[in-house]
Write a protein that binds this ligand. Structure first.
Ligand code: F3S
Length: 419
C-alpha cells in the first residue's frame, strides 16, 4: 500500500499512518476490523475552503481527511467502517437552526461516503446501533464516550482516534500498534473505593464525573458499594469520566472483562493512589455539576447524551404518560436513527411527541450547538452534557435524574434534590 500498489488513495492513507505511528513511537501497524469515525463529512466551511475543487468530496477527503498533497479518488473502505454522529437531523435540521445549504452539503457528503461502504449510523453509541466489536478486537474509534465503552465494557481495544487516522484506517484496515492496543497500557493505576450506594443511572453519572476529575487520563478500578451496572449505567459513567477527565478505560471488579479481581486489574502493579467516594464526595460532585444553575424556571430539557437507548426512550415515554410539556418549556430527546426507527415502530416516539416532546437523531445540542431560541435554563440527565452545554451556549444547566428533568419539562420548574 505504501508503494502505491493498491492505488493512490490507499498510498496517501498509509503515508499518514506511518507518520502518525512514528510520532507515537509505535513499532508496527496492526490490522483493525472496526473503524468508527466521520470520514468525508462536510459542512459549509469545508465546502468553501475547497472551492477551487468545486467543494468536491474527493478533494475534502484527500486534503482534509488524508492530509494528502495530491487530489485522489476515494475508493471503497477496506474494513468495516461506520459513521459516528453528525451535526444535522435529516428530519429536523430546521429546528436545529441549520440552513438549507448546510444541510444539502452534509447530506451529499453522507451519500458520497455511503457509496464507499461506510455504514451511516450517525450516533455516538454505535454499540447500540449494531456496531459491536468482540473482546480483543483492534478498533479505530473516535468519540470519547464510545471509546471508553469499547475498551472497558466490551474489552475491545482502541485509542481515541481522530478524523484523519480513522479515515486512513478505513482505507487501509491498519492502525498504529500503540496505547490501548497493548495489554501493558490497559492496567489500572488508581483504586476508587466507593463507600456510598451507587445504583441508579444518575448515581453512575455522578460517580463517573467524580472519577474523571480525580484520575484525569489514568485508568481507575472501582470496588465497593456498587450495584452491578446495566449497559446504560456504563454509558453514563464512561461518558462523564471521559468529559470531566480524559478517562479512556476503567475497570469494575467482577464486572468488566479485564478485571476478574483487583490484582488482575492492576496487572501486578501497586495502585498509584486509593481514592474514596463517600457522601461528602457525592454531595460535592452534585453541587459541582449544578454550579451554573440558579434560576428554577426551566425553558429547555434535553435528554439523550450519550444517545438514548430504546429502554431509555421507553422510560421517558412512561414518565410522560398522561402529562404535557409546559408551554414555557421545550423537550428534545436525542437518539440514533436505528433506535428511533424501533421507537417509531413501537409507538414510543408517538407517546413522547403526544406529550409535547421532539425526538431527534444524528446529533445533540452540544455537537450542533443548538438549543431552542431564547433558552436561558436547561435541565439535563447527563453529566457529560452538563459539562459542555453551559460553556458552549452560555446558559444555565441543572443536572438530575431523568424523572427530575421530565418533571421540569412538565412544570417548567426545577425541583430536583441532591441524593
Ligand atoms: Fe453524544 Fe452529544 Fe453526548 S454526540 S455523547 S449526545 S455530547
Amino acid at each position: 500500500m505504501l508503494d502505491g500498489g493498491m492505488g493512490k488513495a490507499r498510498q496517501k492513507a498509509m503515508e499518514l499512518l506511518v507518520r502518525y505511528g512514528a510520532a507515537l513511537g509505535a513499532e508496527r501497524l496492526i490490522a483493525t476490523s472496526n473503524v468508527a469515525g466521520v470520514p468525508g463529512s462536510s459542512n459549509v466551511f469545508l465546502h468553501n475552503y475547497y472551492k477551487e475543487y468545486g467543494g468536491s468530496h474527493d478533494a475534502i477527503f484527500s486534503f482534509f481527511d488524508l492530509d494528502s498533497d495530491e487530489l485522489v479518488d476515494v475508493p471503497m473502505a477496506l474494513t468495516s467502517t461506520c459513521h459516528l454522529q453528525g451535526g444535522y437531523d435529516p428530519d429536523n435540521w430546521q429546528l436545529l437552526g441549520a440552513t438549507a445549504e448546510s444541510f444539502k452539503i452534509a447530506n451529499a457528503s453522507e451519500r458520497f461516503i455511503e457509496a464507499r461502504g461506510v455504514k451511516i449510523l450517525k450516533t455516538c453509541t454505535p454499540y447500540l446501533a449494531g456496531n459491536v466489536p468482540q473482546r480483543g478486537d483492534h478498533c479505530a474509534w473516535m468519540e470519547s464516550s464510545a471509546v471508553v465503552y469499547c475498551n472497558s465494557v466490551i474489552g475491545a481495544r482502541t485509542n481515541t482516534e481522530g478524523r484523519e487516522s480513522t479515515s486512513a484506517a478505513m482505507l487501509t484496515g491498519r492502525i498504529p500498534d500503540w496505547g490501548f492496543h497493548r495489554s501493558e497500557y490497559r492496567r489500572a493505576s488508581h483504586h476508587i473505593d466507593v463507600q456510598v450506594d451507587v445504583a441508579s443511572v444518575m448515581d453512575w453519572g455522578m460517580l463517573g464525573y467524580f472519577v474523571g476529575q480525580a484520575v484525569q487520563d489514568r485508568i481507575p478500578v472501582l470496588t465497593g458499594r456498587l450495584m452491578p451496572p446495566e449497559l446504560i449505567s456504563h454509558k453514563h459513567f464512561g461518558a462523564a469520566a471521559a468529559s470531566s477527565g480524559g478517562v479512556e478505560m476503567y475497570h469494575v471488579v467482577g464486572v468488566t472483562p479485564e478485571a476478574p479481581d483487583l490484582a488482575t486489574a492492576f496487572g501486578g502493579q501497586a495502585p498509584v493512589e486509593t481514592i474514596g467516594y463517600g457522601a461528602a464526595e457525592r454531595r460535592r460532585t452534585y453541587e459541582d455539576l449544578n454550579r451554573t444553575a440558579h434560576d428554577s424556571d426551566v425553558d429547555f430539557v434535553m435528554l439523550g447524551c450519550p444517545h438514548y437507548s430504546l429502554d431509555q426512550m421507553r422510560e421517558a415515554a412512561r414518565l410522560l404518560a398522561g402529562r404535557r410539556v409546559s408551554g414555557n418549556c421545550r423537550l428534545w430527546v436525542f437518539t440514533s436513527r436505528a433506535v428511533k426507527q424501533e421507537a417509531d415502530r413501537l409507538g414510543v416516539t408517538r407517546e413522547i411527541v403526544a406529550a409535547g416532546g421532539v425526538v431527534l437523531t444524528d446529533t445533540c445540542s452540544s455537537i450542533s450547538q443548538a438549543v431552542p431560541p431564547g433558552t436561558r435554563v436547561a435541565a439535563l440527565d447527563s453529566a457529560k452534557q452538563t459539562h459542555y452545554l453551559p460553556a458552549f451556549m452560555g446558559i444555565q444547566a441543572w443536572f438530575g435524574s431523568t424523572a427530575d428533568c421530565l418533571n421540569a419539562a412538565v412544570n417548567g420548574k426545577w425541583s430536583g434534590q441532591a441524593p
